[in-house]
Design a protein around this ligand. Structure first.
Ligand code: S3P
Length: 166
């Protein structure tokens, strides 16, 4: 396989972490979740980082972390939903490998998030969340592959990715 890394992008709760983990297992590659790495470095959860230091600080941590991944190979990288809004991150991530966007419509996302929402930018209010999804979708659509995950389970999404990267 010529692909160096696989980068998963997409809105919150589209399955980037679950799919990324399973995909990495199947390929026998490393798995990196940018949010988890930022949490490890800062010793607190993403929502605590937002509360204590604000979004600007989180975004600078996100940019530094993504930059630090540039030399990695054979890695599946699950990014936070807002990471690719930063053109610097987009540049690094597209340089690193094959970018795949996971998509789900707002109702599926609301269902998946359920009551256990600790994402600072997800309001669990249909209109507000849909507005954010619609605003971001053009950026996610720049991915080389877009997978609509509605009615697909994690294994099906992984299989679809493996079929596409051949
Ligand atoms: C964010 C998504 C979150 C996390 C942070 C900001 C966003 O990651 O990075 O709360 O801006 O969409 P997930 O997409 O993994 O929920």
């Amino acid at each position: 396989m010529k692909i160096l890394n696989i980068v998963l992008i997409g809105f919150m709760s589209t399955g980037k972490t679950s799919v990324g983990k399973r995909l990495a297992q199947q390929l026998n590659w490393d798995f990196v979740d940018t949010d988890l790495e930022i949490e490890k470095i800062n010793g607190m959860s993403v929502s605590e980082i937002f509360r204590k230091h604000g979004e600007t600080y989180f975004r600078s941590e996100e940019e530094a972390l993504i930059k630090s991944l540039l030399e990695r190979k054979h890695c599946v990288i699950a990014t936070g939903g807002g990471a690719v809004l930063n053109p610097e991150n987009w540049k690094v991530l597209t340089q690193m490998g094959y970018v795949i966007a996971l998509y789900a419509p707002i109702d599926t996302i609301l269902e998946r998030v359920g009551k256990s929402n600790d994402r600072p930018l997800f309001k669990s209010k249909r209109d507000e969340d849909e507005r954010l999804l619609i605003a971001r979708q053009p950026i996610y659509n720049k991915a080389e592959l877009i997978i609509n995950t509605t009615e697909m389970d994690v294994d099906q999404v992984v299989e679809e990715i493996i079929c596409n990267i051949g």
